[in-house]
Design a protein around this ligand. Structure first.
Ligand code: PMT
Length: 405
């Protein structure tokens, strides 16, 4: 279940639906956009109405559905101009080969194609068709033209097609379209032009080929920061150990250990504007990793693991900055179970951070693996700000507000 999403809130989205079986998935796109706070006007072609009834979209969007270029409500402007002018984004999902051909040739023989020609809003296309139609030189030339004119394109994906065949041409899933909508709307956000690196999840330090030392970090906090930065126009690299879905439009690097994370962070932050270290990095790792699974010896004999120190990633980043390269701004998190503020302040200073986000991970509704967090922001000038219990998404937005300021 989606809650209101800042980049979508009160945005006018025109959702164009054309005639393909994937039109049924456009209903889910409509529903998710509305739940996330967008104002969705649906425009259907004649062919689309053979697959899904306009009433479906009307019920989901709580707004009229448009299809007739010549149905002008009394006292109102002609629909294709009024809708085109009001739109923040035109999304066509599914976009058939026929519609793409019309758009690439500037045809305007129905309401949707007339809007596409008339609107100053950015255009996002989610093509859907059989593989041969997608691969046809005519369709590929049309796509090239539309891309060159500035259209964003999401998909098509590989998978089962309407004919029952497997291949490329399937419309991407609604979640991916929502991700692409957020990227398209955020393009001119306040972090446009920024390069942001975020870490997420708990590192896993191998004991043997099947066991590791880990922690309870789910990655939720880091993913919330990465997605918020992406929604505000940043180019984001997410370095993660978590198994959450890769956010659309974000470069994602999956890894396990602190040592791997150190190498990835140093590489990704050489030219970055901002590093946010939300990952829970293990301070210790087994000194040696057994080549084979460690076997039990006898019934009661235990095993002693000798642990050595892991590198401190933020300290290494600070050293890189001293050498003249590295992120402009660095934000750390402090996961504490006692003396929250004093410990966090110490880490802020030792790790040479601009901001540390202190969270008490012993609380049930904050810290590890929940959707909420209760944090205090500590700044390097000695100021601090205690925030109430908020969703991790809200915490992420506030952190970015401060960094931007
Ligand atoms: O992932 P979730 O389930 O959403 O949970 C979120 C969270 C609780 C993991 C997150 O909010 C959080 O607190 N992350 C930091 C956890 C942590 O490692 O804290 P620390 O106090 O041990 O480390 C302080 C800072 O130094 C952190 O930014 C950490 O990433 C960094 N660090 C730590 C150890 C190390 N060897 N190198 C580091 O760079």
């Amino acid at each position: 279940m989606l809650t209101t999403i800042k980049v979508l809130h009160n945005k006018h989205i025109l959702l164009g639906v054309t005639g393909g079986i994937a039109a049924y998935k456009a209903a889910m796109v409509c529903s998710q956009l509305v739940q996330a706070g967008a104002l969705v006007d649906v425009v259907m072609t004649e062919a689309a109405q053979k697959f899904v009834a306009p009433l479906t979209f009307q019920a989901l969007a709580h707004r009229p559905v448009y299809s007739d270029m010549f149905a002008i409500p009394p006292g109102q402007n002609i629909p294709h101009i009024a809708l085109a002018d009001a739109a923040d984004l035109l999304v066509i999902a599914p976009a058939t080969a026929h519609t793409l051909a019309k758009l690439a040739n500037g045809l305007a023989d129905d309401l949707l194609s007339a809007i596409a020609l008339a609107t100053p809003a950015p255009l996002l296309l989610a093509p859907a068709m059989e593989t041969d139609m997608w691969r046809h030189p005519a369709t590929q030339a049309n796509m090239e033209k539309l891309r060159a004119w500035g259209a964003s394109v999401v998909g098509p994906a590989e998978g089962r097609l309407a004919s029952g065949a497997m291949g490329q041409g399937r419309m991407v899933e609604p979640e991916e379209i929502i991700g692409a909508v957020r990227v398209a709307l955020g393009r001119r956000g306040d972090l446009a032009g920024w390069r942001v690196v975020v870490t997420a999840g708990g590192t896993r330090e191998a004991i043997d080929p099947v066991r590791f030392i880990g922690n309870h970090s789910s990655g939720k906090m880091g993913y919330a920061v990465a997605i918020a930065a992406r929604d505000r126009g940043a180019a984001v690299t997410l370095i993660t150990t978590a198994a959450l879905p890769d956010p659309f439009g974000v470069e994602v690097i999956h890894l396990d250990s602190a040592e791997q994370m150190l190498a990835a962070v140093l590489e990704a932050t050489r030219q970055a504007d901002l590093l946010v270290m939300a990952a829970a990095v293990a301070d210790f790792r087994p000194k040696s990793v057994a080549e084979q699974k460690i076997k039990k010896k006898g019934d009661s004999e235990g095993v002693t693991l000798e642990l050595g120190r892991n590198p401190d990633i933020l300290a290494e980043v600070a050293a890189q900055k001293m050498a003249g390269y590295g992120p402009q701004h660095t934000v750390g998190f402090a996961a504490e179970t006692e003396d929250l503020l004093a410990n966090a302040r110490g880490k802020l200073e030792r790790k040479k951070l601009d901001l540390i986000v202190a969270n008490d991970v012993s609380a049930n509704d904050a810290g590890f693996a929940v959707d909420t967090n209760r944090v205090t922001l500590l700044f390097k000038d000695g100021q601090s700000e205690a925030l109430p219990l908020l969703s991790k998404v809200e915490v992420a937005e506030i952190i970015l507000d401060h960094v931007k300021r």
